[in-house]
Write a protein that binds this ligand. Structure first.
Ligand code: ZN
Ligand code: ZN
Length: 527
């Protein structure tokens, strides 16, 4: 039976409720804040006998075994990905959600490239939080479920809503989260930091394009990062012109919104340590330019700056976690619009490294702005590693759907680090090729050095080969995130709201930065 079915059956416990509340949801303002909910876990047992987690069995003892009785009389087991709510069990808690964690001691699954134990906790916490939110509790207490960090991540991600543009009286109240009966408050707090960072990326990328112009985005960056002691510099069009970033300016020219370039410095390590350079695609709206996109779904391209958003969110988390690492970020922000000033098909512009670029497709604007940002960043900061994040091609979505970011990497060591990060966070990555085959598709032209469309199929690989023309001899990781960063279309993850932007791969970036900052500390063996 579905979870909803159980909730209906268990409404019998609500017979003590005042009449006015019966048979309807009473969310938002009517939610009395003091109502508390509790999330407890259960593993698959042998012979359909449920096995409670430590905290759940303690709570069951406190109820003299009533919880176990109820779970058993409910019929079939609470499997992984399922949950049930019980009301009026205990004086303290209005609702108790029991969530299924699957088999005990799940772990790293090499074929799936994921740590299933951690992911099962995120899933279960997400389901529990959503069930309890429907019960309109003001406070949610959640046990650690064996992994308090992931319990915090799953529940905090699941509770996020985008409601900034609704009238205040229609806002849904978001319950607060607290750890229940677990001593590892530090891990729980770390999980909350990470989820909050991803929620920041979700908000920035979900905000309508007229409310998230390049200037708005720069202001948000200042608001979010400066209070954490991170240095943010906002450069205007004159500065961009003085640096001769012609490709970036060519893209920006089509719009009345002026371009902005944001530079971010986070100094967590000794100042002599070479920084990691992060570059994010910040197209705040991509209409496709003269190669206009289809009307249907064009609104999704408000999130064409999810690369930039994920980087900002990851740097904020790096600071919250005090990671000993130096990071420099370069974020080019502009719109891609058709107009009398817009770039035309066949235009040729000069990249900062002296390579001429033909713009065959004006909808391939991301790689143009990134080319300038990458060359500028390498010249200005001499990084030890470059990480760029961009919603670059629909091709990566065609290949991988929303399962993983397409990752391109010129170093085997770095690739194994990124892979490990994806395994741990559940926000996976999959390596795609940076072969000469694709380089030839973007460079073998008689009239210019590099082409922004290239020849033939494999658009994601072609885009990566294009960017490779602007990378010097330095380790480089490129994330193509069109599949993961845009709307969560199906119910792929219980902890991400369907139909809203995901903010992915923020947590994988945070994990990667952590691994780079603390190479020897507490890393489990996954290679
Ligand atoms: Zn485009
Ligand atoms: Zn784009």
């Amino acid at each position: 039976m579905s979870a909803v079915g159980y909730i209906k059956r268990l409404n019998v416990f609500r017979s003590k409720l005042p009449r006015a509340f019966k048979g309807r949801r009473y969310c938002s303002d009517e939610c009395p804040d003091e109502k508390k909910g509790l999330i407890l876990g259960v593993y698959d047992g042998e012979n359909e006998e449920p096995v409670f987690t430590k905290a759940a069995s303690k709570f069951n003892d406190h109820l003299n075994g009533k919880l176990l009785e109820l779970v058993k009389t409910g019929g079939c087991e609470i499997k992984r990905g399922q949950g049930r709510v019980y009301n009026n069990l205990d004086k303290e808690f209005w609702s108790v959600a029991i969530v299924g964690l699957g088999k005990e001691k799940l772990g790293y699954n090499e074929m799936e490239a994921i740590d299933e134990g951690l992911e099962a906790v995120r899933e279960a916490a997400g389901i529990g939080a959503q069930l309890l939110k429907r019960e309109c509790v003001g406070r949610i207490l959640i046990e650690g479920l064996g992994h308090p960090e992931q319990a915090a991540e799953g529940s905090a991600l699941a509770l996020w809503r985008y409601q900034e543009n609704r009238s205040r009286q229609h806002w849904t109240a978001i319950p607060t989260l607290e750890l229940f009966d677990d001593s590892d408050a530090e891990s729980f707090q770390r999980g909350l930091f990470k989820a909050e960072s991803q929620n920041l990326a979700r908000r920035l990328s979900d905000t309508p394009a007229n409310q998230m112009t390049p200037l708005h985005f720069a202001q948000e960056t200042v608001n979010e990062l400066c209070p954490c002691g991170i240095k943010v510099m906002v450069h205007d069009k004159d500065w961009v012109e003085s640096k001769k970033m012609n490709c970036f300016l060519t893209v920006a020219r089509g719009s009345c919104e002026p371009p902005v370039l944001v530079e971010i410095s986070y100094c967590g390590a000794h100042q002599d340590q070479k920084p990691v350079l992060m570059v994010g695609k910040g197209i705040t709206f991509d209409s496709g330019g003269l190669c206009l996109k289809k009307c249907e779904g064009m609104d999704n391209y408000r999130a064409d700056m999810v690369g930039a958003a994920a980087i900002i969110a990851a740097i904020r988390a790096a600071s919250a976690l005090s990671l000993p690492i130096n990071i420099e970020a370069v974020i080019p922000l502009c719109e891609n619009m058709p107009s009398g000033m817009a770039m035309k098909c066949g235009d040729v512009v000069m990249g900062l490294n002296g390579k001429s670029i033909m713009i065959t497709d004006t909808d391939n604007e991301g790689r143009l702005v990134l080319a300038d940002a990458l060359v500028y960043g390498q010249m200005a900061f001499q990084p030890r590693l470059i990480i760029d994040v961009a919603s670059l091609t629909p091709g990566v979505k065609a290949a991988l759907g929303s399962s993983a970011s397409g990752v391109y990497c010129n170093s085997q060591t770095m690739w194994s680090q990124v892979r490990k990060a994806g395994v741990i966070t559940g926000d996976r990555v999959w390596r795609l090729p940076l072969w000469k085959y694709f380089t030839n598709k973007v460079t073998k032209f008689r009239s210019h050095d590099v082409n922004n469309k290239g020849l033939g199929h494999g658009s994601s690989c072609i885009a990566a080969a294009f960017l490779n023309e602007f990378i010097d001899c330095v380790d480089w990781i490129h994330f193509d995130v069109t599949g993961v960063g845009f709307k969560s279309e199906h119910k792929n993850y219980s902890y991400l709201t369907k139909g809203r932007m995901t903010g992915r791969p923020t947590r994988t970036l945070i994990q990667l930065l952590y691994q780079l900052a603390c190479p020897s500390e507490g890393q489990r063996k996954l290679d």
